[in-house]
Design a protein around this ligand. Structure first.
Ligand code: HPA
Length: 237
């Protein structure tokens, strides 16, 4: 048992999928895992463990933003022996190189958060995905016919969803950053700290340049594509 996760030793698999929304974790467990059992309900931040193609996989809600994400990811890595975390989430597109319904595999995560300035005495740190997970996920996407719509690219993890700086996204887009979300830089940092493997797999839910957004049916289809990549990557190796 840890502070925010009420699970027993052995309740959680070595590989964990982390959506922001705890109800999304429940949906994934019910729709994609076999024999799923709930191990956590503290604060409504559901966590489940089941099997996918016979291999144990957990799915744990993270909440929104780096601070919430770090609480759950740190406890998974330090108290429950978790070795791999795959964030499954959405992002906003900030570049015309990407369209709604595309999938972005975040090779690195820039951030407006001060976590790494705090951790590294004012110096920079480059939060980076695990190469093996990234390579596997990209290969699975290609095999699944998703090559055209899957991007391996840097992303931006902001602290504020309702940010006031209109120029921020453009500034990062000019340096090849394709999407904005709120957790990946925390994930890559804490995974590095604890010698674990991490990857953020994101579907583009809305386009911040065109204002285009996905409808419910499209979101479901792209979500299923993302889940295929995430689950097959989770059980590979
Ligand atoms: N900003 C931050 N996080 C997001 C967005 C966004 O525009 N879209 C989906 N997640």
């Amino acid at each position: 048992m840890s502070t925010h996760i009420n699970a027993k030793n052995g309740d959680i698999a070595e590989v964990v999928l982390m959506p922001g929304d705890p109800l999304r974790a429940k949906f994934v467990a019910e729709q994609f895992l076999e024999d799923a059992a709930c191990y956590n309900e503290v604060r409504g931040m559901y966590g489940f463990t089941g099997t996918y193609k016979g291999k144990r996989v957990s799915v744990q809600g993270s909440g929104m933003g780096i601070p919430s994400f770090l609480i759950y990811a740190t406890e998974l890595l330090t108290e429950y022996g978790v070795k791999k975390i795959l964030r499954i989430g959405t992002c906003g597109a900030i570049s015309d190189k990407v369209q709604v319904r595309d999938v972005i595999l975040g090779i690195s995560a820039n951030t407006t958060s001060a976590i790494n300035r705090t951790r590294f005495a004012g110096y920079d740190f480059a939060p980076t995905a695990d190469f093996g997970l990234l390579q596997t996920a990209y290969q699975i996407a290609c095999e699944h016919g998703l090559q055209e719509k899957t991007h391996v690219a840097p992303i931006l993890s902001t602290d504020e969803f309702y940010g006031h700086d209109e120029g921020l996204n453009a500034m990062y887009a000019n340096y090849g950053v394709l999407g904005v979300e709120m957790e990946a830089a925390g994930l890559y940092t804490v995974a590095a700290q604890h010698n674990a493997k991490a990857l953020a797999i994101l579907t583009v839910s809305d386009h911040l340049l065109t204002g285009e957004a996905t409808n419910a049916e499209e979101r479901q289809k792209t979500f299923t594509d993302m889940m295929h990549i995430a689950l097959e990557t989770a059980i590979a190796e």
